[in-house]
Write a protein that binds this ligand. Structure first.
Ligand SMILES: Nc1nc2c(ncn2[C@@H]2O[C@H](COP(=O)(O)OP(=O)(O)OP(=O)(O)O)[C@@H](O)[C@H]2O)c(=O)[nH]1
Ligand SMILES: [Mg+2]
Length: 282
């Protein structure tokens, strides 16, 4: 499916660039108002008649410049496991991404453990357990309805004992406007912070690319509820022709993309690459 930029290129191939139309396309492509305005202003400043190819090249360049050229490695403390908290609204792909990240890390030779901290649904614990068996990655789970903070606490202790490098904590999907559930995340952070002052070492917000600009509001609410948000995992980039929200979140929240999900299988997962993203996905 055609991405945002190829869509714009075909729209303006035979007509002069109309700034209002271009603005509409960029906002429609989920780049968000602040970034769209910056791109349009920059293009206007060039003050000459631009071809559609010039415009696309400039748009790609603006987005590429905004995104970090190199994705940082996963944070590691000098002692003990690196704790990764995976958060987001319902159904965006948190559990799938936790599993994919687990496999990705294991393939690099790391010792990985899962914490099934989504105790909200019994099926969620089972879902992660099945993956744990399939990938041969140990799991610590709590009882259905148990306090997710206590599951993370127990998982941390087990991870320390086993010499685990990365403890990946899958959390329950929560609506970003449900205050008590958002507060529960703050509690998880505080409990983990007592075990290791820098924990959680990574907090990844997962968003579904196909939800478009709503993902920006979701990420904003999670950022407000948590003391840190270290990265973005964007899922369902396969075939949707969407992805602009990655740039909008970087621009408005300064949270950088770290991984992308490109399908339902456990291998449909890649470390984010800004150049590839602007050239092939957007
Ligand atoms: N096409 C596609 N589907 C995905 C991707 N990531 C996740 N999914 C699918 O999205 C659905 C929801 O994924 P989950 O990982 O269960 O989502 P979740 O955020 O853990 O959901 P809750 O725990 O209910 O909040 C599943 O059907 C996944 O297979 C992706 O990158 N591409
Ligand atoms: Mg889940």
């Amino acid at each position: 499916m055609a991405g945002l930029f190829s869509k714009i290129a075909s729209r303006f191939r035979k007509t002069d660039i109309d700034w209002d139309d271009l603005e509409e396309e960029l906002i429609g492509g989920d780049l968000g108002v602040p970034l769209t305005m910056e791109i349009i202003d920059d293009l206007r400043d060039r003050g000459r008649s631009l071809t559609s190819d010039d415009v696309i090249a400039a748009c790609r360049e603006e987005v590429r410049k905004l995104l970090p050229a190199k994705t940082p490695p996963m944070a590691r403390p000098s002692n003990g496991p690196s704790i990764v908290l995976v958060v987001g609204v319902n159904g965006v792909g948190k559990t799938t991404s936790t599993v994919k990240l687990g496999k990705w890390l294991k393939n690099q030779g790391h010792q990985v453990m899962f914490a099934a901290a989504d105790t909200f649904r019994a099926a969620a614990i089972e879902q992660l357990e099945i993956w744990s068996q399939r990938l041969d990655i140990p799991i610590v789970k709590g009882a259905y309805k148990a306090d997710p903070s206590s599951v993370c606490y127990a998982a941390y202790q087990s991870a320390c004992k086993k010499g685990v490098d990365f403890l990946l904590c899958d959390t329950a999907g929560r609506l970003h406007n449900r205050h008590n559930l958002m507060q529960e995340l703050g509690k998880m952070e505080r409990v983990l912070g007592k075990l290791d002052a820098d924990a959680p070492h990574e907090v990844f917000i997962v968003v579904d690319a196909t939800t478009g600009s709503n993902a920006v509001s979701q990420a904003k609410e999670f950022q407000a509820a948590l003391s840190k948000m270290t990265g973005l995992i964007v899922t369902k980039l396969d075939g949707s022709g969407k992805g602009g929200v990655v740039a909008a979140i970087q621009k408005q929240l300064e949270v950088s993309p770290r991984f992308i999900g490109t399908g339902e299988s456990e291998d449909d997962f890649e470390e984010f690459d800004a150049q590839r993203f602007v050239d092939q996905i957007l």
